[in-house]
Design a protein around this ligand. Structure first.
Ligand code: NAD
Length: 312
């Protein structure tokens, strides 16, 4: 099979591309290396460097017909979307439209998209959200992701493309970019704990905020499974563990497993940051029935990976 994985130099995209290649597939990658690294790109992939919201980049695919497109790349921070909303819109939404048009033009029948739990925003007295709940985006990032889902709905109904929107909750694990201090709660705190140049750990916002932390290997397995299992077709699916972990709990576990005790300084939160939501994942379990990694186990694996790759 032949696949396109966008964002294949990034955290999630590179892990998906590697697994697809290990399974014997041919993989093309588009990435502009904005937050990804060329070192992440699997050796046997065909790499196109460029912005996937631009025609000049998409034309470099030479009308190759893919068995599926995994549109994983994007600007992945709600906080950064406030710095440059227009870039966010192009990267997260215009790119989806262009790649869906590419599907129509080339006869690609499957499109898998990295959406986000941020589309739910927040609702008073509600912490757990299912796919049936109302969406209420609080950042430009979330608006763009939701708009992509709506474009996919039209392409699915009007052009017969099987579109799958995976609403990832908070993904963490080996391979995550520790230098991006604006995205990824676990990686942001681990970086500050483990890097001696940080005297203390800065936390932007309340310690009672919480997240549904989902381990990278599970995300990769589910994303690839979604391309092979017709139950996922034309569905929106929460990808989370249905468990909540507070910021305070994350910090306590990091202290425990690293044996490092640094001062914690709490400063003002970032605009558009959600206090906390977690997934109802019954729909996911009805399609994919494997046990998901616990945060305890996933965190230990991530710390081991950081220590082993300290000088990389
Ligand atoms: N990491 C999470 O917890 C999480 C949660 C929900 C959704 N998501 C979504 O999953 C996707 C992947 O996230 P990630 O954590 O791997 O982020 P990442 O930043 O590590 O990877 C994104 C990749 O996309 C590339 N990219 C960005 N804009 C591009 C453009 N215009 N043209 C070409 N390449 C571009 C970047 O260079 C990077 O390699 C994103 O779309 C993000 O919104 C991530």
């Amino acid at each position: 099979m032949i696949y396109l994985v966008t964002g294949g130099a990034g955290f999630i995209g590179s892990a998906i591309a590697k697994k697809l290649i290990n399974q014997g597939n041919e993989v093309y990658i588009i990435d502009n290396l904005q937050t990804g690294y060329s070192a992440n790109i699997p050796k046997n992939a065909t790499f196109i460097e460029g912005d996937f919201s631009k025609d000049e980049t998409i034309s470099k695919l030479n009308n190759t017909k893919f068995d599926a497109i995994f549109h994983i790349g994007g600007q992945s921070s709600g906080e950064i979307s406030y710095d440059d909303p227009e870039y966010d819109l192009n990267t997260n939404t215009l790119s989806t439209l262009k790649l869906l048009q590419y599907c129509v033009k080339t006869g690609c029948k499957k499109f898998i998209y990295a959406s986000t739990m941020s589309v739910y925003g927040e609702k008073e007295n509600q912490e757990q959200f299912s796919e049936l709940d109302e969406t209420n985006p609080k950042s430009f990032y979330a608006v763009g992701k939701l708009a992509s889902e709506k474009y996919m709905d039209i392409f699915s109904k009007q052009f017969g493309i099987d579109c799958i929107a995976l609403r990832y909750f908070n993904v963490y694990g080996p391979g995550q970019n520790l230098e991006n201090l604006k995205q990824g709660m676990v990686s942001i705190y681990l970086k500050q704990f483990l890097d001696d140049t940080f005297e203390k750990v800065i936390v932007k916002g309340d310690l009672n905020r919480f997240r549904d932390l989902v381990y990278i290997d599970d995300v990769v397995d589910i994303t690839i499974a979604s391309s092979n299992n017709s139950k996922f077709n034309n569905e929106i699916i929460n990808i989370g563990t249905a468990k909540k972990t507070t910021v305070g709990e994350i910090l306590t576990l990091i202290r425990k497993y690293t044996n490092i005790n640094k001062e914690i300084e709490i400063i003002q939160g970032t605009p558009g940051d959600q206090f906390g939501i977690y997934a109802n994942h019954e729909k996911l379990l009805s399609f994919y029935n494997k046990e998901l990694t616990s945060f305890n186990d996933g965190l230990k694996k991530m710390i081991t990976w950081i220590k082993e790759n300290k000088n990389a």
